[in-house]
Design a protein around this ligand. Structure first.
Ligand code: PMP
Length: 352
C-alpha cells in the first residue's frame, strides 16, 4: 500500500554483548526517514543505513526547539516472534504532540508500516535476554533554514532503534524518588502533555538535584500551587492508599502515558479499584503517617514499572512498603511483561 524504498547497509555493525547494553548507547543498522516540504506534504518514505544527517546551522530545530518524539519498544517473544506493543497509540500521541507544536500531522498508518518494515530489516537487533528489548525512537525536527520565529516549512520524521537492557540499574527493585519543590516541569496551557524536547530540557535541573542527593528521579508537583502531584521524570505515578489505586487525572500538563493507560485497563479488568483524580502531596504524606500508603509505583515504556521504595518530600523521607515490591506493582509488572514477551494471552488486543 505504501511505497517505502529500502537501501540496505553494506557495512553491518557488530552487535553489543547483552551485558553492555545499558540504555540508548547503541543503534541498529538502519533508520526510517520521511520528509515534509511545504506545498508537497510528507514525502519519500525510505529505510536507509543508520547515518548522520546534515543540516544547515540555521535549521529551525537548533534555535526554537520545534520538535516532538516518541518512545516504544520491540520485543522477542517466547515463540521467537518480533512484537510491538500498542505502537498505534504512540503515533496517535505523536500527532497530538504535532498539533501542539504546529507540526503537520503524519499519516499514522504509514508511520506504523515504516516501523514494521524497519523492525523486520533490523530483526536481529532485538536482544532476547530477559528484560532486554529494542527501544524505538520516532522523532520529528524542524529543518527549514530560517531564523524567523514561525512554524517551519520543512521537517524530517525519523525512526531510530537502540538495543537496550533494563532502564534502571536497580532493575525492577524499588527506586528512590525526590519530590521537587523549587522547579516545575509544566503548567496548564503549556506543553506538558506533548512529548517535546523542551519539556525534558527544562526538567534537567531537577533531575540533577535529585541525582546529587542519590535519588533516581524527580517527582513533579503542579506549576500553579506546587501542591498536586503530576508525574515523574519519565514515568506516570500511581499510589495505593487503603486498597485503592490512585493516579493523577490527565489535566493538560501531564504526559498521557501509554503504560499508564494500559495499567488502568489491567486494574479495571482485574476488579481492583482505580481512581484517576487530583491527588495532593499532603494527602500522600498523611496516608504515610497513618499507615495507609501501601504502594507507590511509576509506569513508563522504558522502565515498564518502577516500584518506589522511598519518597522524599522536604525533610520527610517516607519509606514505602519497607522498600519492597508491592503486590499490585508485581502483578502489573508480570501482566505487562507477560503480554510484551508473549507468555500470556493478549485479551486486550495490544500486541502487533
Ligand atoms: N511521563 C513522561 C514525562 C515521559 O517522558 C514518559 C515516557 N514516555 C511517561 C510519562 C510514560 O509514558 P509511556 O508509558 O507512554 O512510556
Amino acid at each position: 500500500m505504501f511505497d517505502i524504498k529500502t537501501e540496505l547497509t553494506t557495512n553491518p555493525k557488530e552487535k553489543p554483548a547483552p551485558e553492555e547494553l545499558g540504555f540508548g548507547h547503541f543503534f541498529s543498522d538502519h533508520m526510517f526517514i520521511l520528509d515534509y516540504t511545504d506545498g508537497v506534504g510528507w514525502h519519500d518514505p525510505r529505510i536507509v543505513p543508520y547515518q548522520p544527517i546534515s543540516l544547515d546551522p540555521s535549521a529551525m530545530i537548533f534555535h526554537y526547539g520545534q520538535s516532538v518524539f516518541e518512545g516504544l519498544k520491540a520485543y522477542v517473544t517466547v515463540d521467537n516472534d518480533a512484537l510491538l506493543f500498542r505502537a498505534d497509540q504512540n503515533f496517535k500521541r505523536l500527532n497530538r504532540s504535532n498539533e501542539r507544536l504546529c507540526i503537520p500531522a503524519i499519516d499514522e498508518e504509514l508511520a506504523l508500516e515504516g516501523l514494521k518494515q524497519l523492525v523486520t530489516v533490523d530483526r536481529d537487533w532485538i536482544p532476547n535476554n530477559p528484560g532486554t528489548s529494542l527501544y524505538i525512537r520516532p522523532f520529528i525536527i524542524a529543518t527549514e533554514p530560517n531564523l524567523g520565529v514561525h512554524p517551519s516549512k520543512k521537517y524530517h520524521f525519523i525512526i531510530i532503534m537502540s538495543p537496550s537492557g533494563s532502564y534502571y540499574k536497580e532493575g525492577i527493585n524499588p527506586v528512590k524518588i525526590l519530590v521537587e519543590e523549587q522547579f516545575v516541569r509544566a503548567v496548564k496551557g503549556g506543553t506538558g502533555e506533548a512529548k517535546t524536547g523542551g519539556n525534558y530540557a527544562s526538567a534537567l535541573k531537577g533531575q540533577e538535584i535529585a541525582s546529587r542527593e542519590g535519588y533516581a528521579q524527580t517527582l513533579w508537583l503542579d506549576g500553579k500551587e506546587n501542591k498536586y502531584i503530576e508525574e515523574v521524570g519519565s514515568m506516570n505515578i500511581f499510589f495505593k492508599i487503603n486498597g485503592i489505586v490512585i493516579t493523577p487525572a490527565l489535566n493538560g500538563s501531564i504526559l498521557p502515558g501509554i503504560t499508564r493507560d494500559s495499567m488502568i485497563q489491567v486494574l479495571k479488568f482485574k476488579g481492583i479499584p482505580v481512581e484517576e483524580r487530583q491527588i495532593s502531596i499532603d494527602e500522600v504524606v498523611e496516608a504515610h503517617q497513618n499507615g495507609t500508603l501501601e504502594e507507590v509505583f511509576g509506569t513508563g515504556t522504558a522502565a515498564v514499572i518502577s516500584p518506589v521504595g522511598e519518597l522524599k518530600y522536604l525533610d520527610d523521607k517516607m519509606s514505602i512498603n519497607k522498600g519492597e515490591i508491592g503486590e499490585i506493582s508485581q502483578m502489573l509488572y508480570d501482566t505487562l511483561t507477560g503480554l510484551q514477551y508473549g507468555s500470556i494471552d493478549d485479551t486486550f488486543g495490544w500486541t502487533i
